[in-house]
Design a protein around this ligand. Structure first.
Ligand code: WT7
Length: 657
């Protein structure tokens, strides 16, 4: 974000007080900040107490081997039992857990907690029968259907860590992840509905399994949900099993085993600064404590009356913490929607809110900006009066989008909670408490009770109010990542080496403290882009580009974009043999990235250039390229004449020096 925008942001002085009735009945009040400060371990022990432990823990935190943490030492727990069984045992079996809304209109299904208990038990029995044992990794590559949540909980139930791969990722991306975590089985579907049509998933699984096999890793079973009924080109009887056969015929009785609090719950891959995605490892007791506590506190959840809806996909951390684990550990009733916001028409989301009486709504700024563009007539035509709280996540929310969200969607009565966190943090770290903290458009405000954050300079000293620096977390927290799967060294290097002396966790984000001491997260300070709230690595896209036979060298930057926050812009040098690459080169390369990684990584622009600006030591000057990408008026696809790019680059270099 440029300094210009930053100073505009900091002039933002609108304030929104918590609504009186929310404040009066709020789950968490101002006193919690003091209590957490006074005795942080006692505070977290109290939060862990929202869960049912088979064996109570003996020690809250073991940080002796920092930065390798153990939380709730000695405790034994089962995540699926906590998310499902205990609600049935407490007499809430008839409560709806999921209002499933398929993309085809009228394709809906409600699942109560009692039904979910049966289905999760069946799926757990089926996985065991397929040879999945405690500790084995299971990949999940699914559309947003109830079976995705059921598969996650079934894995948790038998202690088999899952790795959910976003259904929009390519077979290559899936293959890399399968091989990295050596997945024993995959749960998938024939396809899902996307913009009104069935979209296949199973063929990508077949391809990924073949690729993983050629890299020496065999996946032994693939469990396939029949969602669309589309034709499958291939079916391997030794490997492929229909969900309705294996799960459908399994017993609904499953006695669950309890695991150590530190038993791995899942691995979630996310982009880092190198080409290789990082497998972020989360464990059971601490992660569940963090996701349940924050969901209850930040969304002020009243499970008997609220209807909650988080629009994220299960393939991202938001779907893990704020669809599957947090809300279900709290016994919430929620909407699960399969499709896109504008299918079959633009008001689809608002129709769903009206139909189910959604009270708590959680989405991303990029979605809000696209609704702003479509105009307020669309939401104004629906009854959204059930809403009492709105959440935002994934990227900084610009004040205009915040105010529109509150005003048009929230009828000026709902607080907006801007929640900052990461795949690594497992749950929300910085956010207003809706019944306590006033809202300031664009600011995530302060760390929630139990969390300690700071903005520091390069030496690790806190910056004064009114200045900027790097965002760090100064104390460990229960839902923190435990390591990068199979790579402890990278874990230490990436997060803990920058401020080793102070022992701070380095988040990779720049931030500013305003004169009130409130925090404004400004975006990544490393080679990671944020496109529509999704994290992408510049290096990963560069590797995809150079894997194309016509590309000799590539540099990728994230340029500011009105709709998506940042957009992928690529500069490429072609090989000598490729000549000018042919007339379709730009489109070919964009599609190549799409195929290698997935549609979300498809560059907005590809510019073919003769040279790339480099420092004396040979490092590509990305800042400069970013200036070029941001200053130039370009259409969807552009091949710039070499000279004009170099011209722009040199102009940019003058401008920025
Ligand atoms: C990165 C983490 C957390 C779930 C979704 C993304 C950015 C996230 C905010 C926010 C400003 C935000 C940061 C962070 N980010 N939320 N409220 N305000 N920036 O998870 O893929 O792990 O990405 O998203 O840059 O480091 P993720």
């Amino acid at each position: 974000m440029s300094e210009q925008t930053l100073s505009n942001l900091l002039k933002e002085d609108r304030r929104f007080e918590p609504p009186a009735d929310l404040a009066e009945h709020a789950n968490l009040t101002a006193e919690a900040y003091e209590r957490a400060d006074a005795d942080y371990e006692a505070f977290w022990a109290e939060q862990a107490g929202r869960l049912s432990w088979e064996t109570p823990f003996e020690r809250v935190l073991d940080w002796d081997d920092a930065p390798f943490a153990k939380w709730f030492v000695g405790g034994r727990i089962n995540a699926a039992y906590n998310c499902v069984d205990r609600h049935v045992e407490a007499g809430h079996g008839d409560r709806v857990a999921l209002h499933f809304v398929g993309e085809p209109v009228d394709d809906t299904r409600d699942l109560t907690y009692a039904q979910l208990k049966d289905e999760v038990s069946q799926a757990a029995n089926a996985l065991t029968a397929l040879g999945v044992e405690t500790g084995d990794r299971v990949a999940i590559y699914m559309p947003m259907i109830p079976e995705a949540v059921i598969a996650m909980l079934a894995c948790a139930r038998i202690g088999a860590p899952h790795t959910v791969v976003f259904g929009g990722f390519s077979s290559d991306a899936l293959a890399t992840r399968l091989a990295d975590c050596k997945a024993k089985a995959i749960v998938t579907a024939d396809g899902g509905y996307r913009r009104g049509a069935p979209s296949a998933l199973k063929p990508a699984v077949d391809e990924a399994r073949a690729k993983a096999a050629s890299n020496g890793h065999d996946v032994s079973k693939v469990l396939v949900v029949q969602r669309t009924g589309q034709d499958l080109e291939t079916w391997d009887d030794d490997v492929d099993v229909w969900w309705h056969d294996a799960v459908g015929s399994a017993s609904t009785e499953h006695a669950c085993e309890f695991f150590d609090a530190e038993h791995p719950l899942f691995v979630m891959y996310t982009s880092g600064t190198t080409g290789k995605p990082k497998g972020i490892l989360h464990t059971t007791g601490g992660y569940l404590t963090g996701s349940a506590y924050t969901h209850w506190a930040v969304f002020d959840l009243k499970p008997e009356t609220d209807v909650y809806w988080c629009t994220a996909d299960i393939g991202w951390i938001t779907g893990h913490s704020y669809i599957t684990y947090g809300p279900m550990a709290n016994g919430a009733t929620q909407v699960l929607y399969e499709g896109t916001p504008d299918s079959p028409e633009r008001g689809r989301w608002w129709d769903i809110i009206e139909k189910y009486g959604v009270t708590l709504f959680y989405t991303a700024p990029t979605a809000i900006r696209s609704f702003m563009k479509q105009g307020r007539e669309i939401p104004d035509g629906r009854d959204l009066s059930s809403l009492r709280l709105l959440g935002s996540v994934g990227e900084p929310i610009n004040p205009e989008a915040y105010v529109w969200y509150r005003h048009v969607i929230g009828a000026d009565k709902t607080p907006v909670v801007d929640t900052w966190w990461q795949t690594e943090t497992g749950s929300i770290m910085i956010s207003p408490l809706p019944g306590v903290t006033h809202g300031k458009p664009g600011s995530a405000m302060i760390p929630i009770p139990g969390i300690s954050a700071e903005v520091v300079d390069d030496e690790g000293n806190p910056v004064p109010d009114g200045s900027g620096g790097l965002l760090v977390l100064t104390k460990p927290w229960p839902s923190m990542l435990r390591t990068i799967y199979g790579d402890d060294e990278r874990y230490v290097d990436t997060y803990w080496s920058r401020f080793r002396k102070q022992g701070y966790y380095f988040a990779g984000d720049g931030a500013k403290k305003d004169t009130d001491g409130d925090l404004w997260v400004l975006g990544r300070v490393d080679d990671v882009m944020n496109v529509s709230g999704h994290r992408l690595s510049t290096t990963e896209i560069e590797s995809a580009l150079v894997s194309h036979p016509k590309v000799a060298e590539a540099a990728v930057v994230g340029a500011q974009d009105e709709d998506t926050g940042q957009a992928v812009c690529a500069f490429v040098i072609l090989t000598d043999e490729a000549g000018d690459g042919g007339k379709d080169i730009v489109e070919d390369l964009r599609n190549h990235v799409r195929k290698e990684i997935g549609p979300i990584a498809k560059p907005r622009q590809v510019m073919v250039v003769a040279e790339l600006p480099k420092t004396r030591s040979g490092k590509i000057m990305r800042r400069l390229l970013k200036d070029v990408a941001e200053n130039r008026e370009v259409g969807d696809v552009t091949t710039l004449a070499d000279s004009s790019v170099m011209d722009l680059i040199s102009k940019g270099s003058k401008a920025s020096s």
